[in-house]
Design a protein around this ligand. Structure first.
Ligand code: ADP
Ligand code: MG
Length: 239
């Protein structure tokens, strides 16, 4: 039995097929990255996994249960946590208070100090969340996820808008969460520098499907992947 199995998922929006016969298996305790050009269906896939959208066809199995079509709160309760592109934090509360609330909402007795240390915010614990820099807000939101103690974490472009240094620190943070907390992580990302730092299996998505899976070097040197990215760059340059 695999931890997460995505089997032949399809999702159409009107005449547009955003996710097209998408199949992927994720093993427990693994760290995987999903990359691909804008609009290839990455966020839609996360919406299918978390129950925000229902697939038109296909199946999703998590921890041996068929969760296809389940309501989002039931899927969250089963242990799938997701970080959105825009942080959802209480700006007028301190960082520690934000974490306490996240843990309490989920009935967890999380070790808040351990989470603070892991997200590099120990010294900022009593600062209002609204005063944090952009990158730190993203880390706080990862901390809020940890406080809810999911077994699978989905991160959608966690380094969007970050500086190079913040991006590197985020790659380290995600690697440590995966190793030290034994949480399974699936991360969507654009930034190839970040992906290289993650040093994990990559799955390249194109037009709603998995085009290629492999490690960073294999993917970087793959002719089809190069064409995909070069094609997009050329399209942007010509726009
Ligand atoms: P990515 O995250 O890879 O950039 P998305 O999954 O957000 O891509 O989008 C895939 C395609 O589906 C895009 O063409 C997008 O415009 C379309 N799409 C996404 N969500 C919706 C929606 N709720 N309604 C209609 N079209 C959508
Ligand atoms: Mg997206």
């Amino acid at each position: 039995m695999s931890f997460l199995e995505l089997k032949s998922l399809c999702k159409n929006f009107g005449g547009l097929r955003a996710v097209d016969d998408f199949t992927l298996t994720i093993e427990e305790g693994s760290l995987n990255a999903l990359v691909g050009p804008n609009g290839c269906g990455k966020s839609t896939l996360f919406n299918l996994i978390t129950g925000v959208l229902k697939p038109d066809t296909g199946h999703i199995q998590f921890k041996g249960q068929d969760i296809t079509g389940w309501a989002p709160h039931k899927i969250a309760r089963l242990g799938i946590g997701r970080k959105f592109q825009v942080p959802a934090i209480f700006e007028e509360l301190t960082i520690r208070e934000n974490l306490i609330i996240a843990a309490r909402n989920n009935g967890q007795r999380a070790e808040i100090d351990g989470i603070l240390a892991q997200i590099n915010l120990t010294e900022a614990a009593s600062i209002l969340a609204g005063e944090l820099a952009h990158g730190q807000k993203q880390w706080l939101e990862i901390g809020l996820l940890l406080a809810q103690a999911p077994s699978l974490i989905l991160l959608d472009e966690p380094t969007a808008g970050m500086t190079a240094a913040e991006t590197r620190a985020t790659a380290e943070l995600i690697t440590r969460i995966n190793r030290e907390r034994a949480m399974t992580v699936l991360v969507i990302e654009h930034d190839m520098g970040f992906i290289e730092h993650l040093a994990c299996p990559l799955h390249v998505m194109s037009k709603g499907q998995v085009l290629k899976s492999g490690n960073f070097t294999e993917i970087r040197n793959d002719a089809e992947v190069k064409a995909l990215y070069f094609g997009q760059a050329a399209a942007v340059a010509n726009a």
